[in-house]
Write a protein that binds this ligand. Sequence first.
Ligand code: FES
Length: 232
Amino acid sequence: MEYTFRIKRYDPDVDVKPHFEEYPIDLEPTDRVLDGLNEIKWQQDGTLTYRRSCAHGVCGSDAMRINGRNYLACKTLMKEFGKKITIEPLIGFTVIKDLVVDMDQFFAGYKAVKPYLIASEAPTSEERRQTPEQLDRYEEATKCILCASCTTACPISWTNESFLGPAAIVNAARFIYDSRDEGTLDRLRIMNTQSGVWRCRTVFNCTEACPRDIKVTNIIEDVKRTLLLEQV
Ligand code: FES
């Protein structure tokens, strides 16, 4: 079936501003958008630049805007769209080239919430055990692949550079509710700052954008409730 990919292109070494280029391409409706991008790069225009690695929805590197919404190109089938699709880089980030954006600010927010286990006891040869109920409390947050789809779908993130953003909050919650972790108070204090959860206006864009179906907004609301109850 004949499709047209309308792709936003920008090479800062050559272009004054971004522009769209169109590529006709023959694909099956069951092909993924990433298959189309690969075909264009390998057969039509080797200068087209985008990130991808695992091609199976695990690494989170090929998040992009397709017809105005964030998707992972490797998890999205052509049959979800019409014959012509528009592909753009994630918004809210500086474009490095074509569909590749600078994610330094995104990962700075992620690092700021201390996304690792904080425990005073030295590791032993034994596992740090938990009950299934304790695991249930935070397991959903472990599904995050840091693709930035949620954060770049959030209108607060577009206008407020200091907001940590939905992905960072999900990763803070992943440890806040982990029974083995001792950094909860620290992370709750970070969540309670001007960059934290209170910036969220419960728009639900983040939940809609998450390719892993994480209920991102619910997790953010959960952290807000914990802050109120704990009176951090
Ligand atoms: S290429 Fe790894 S998530 Fe799509």
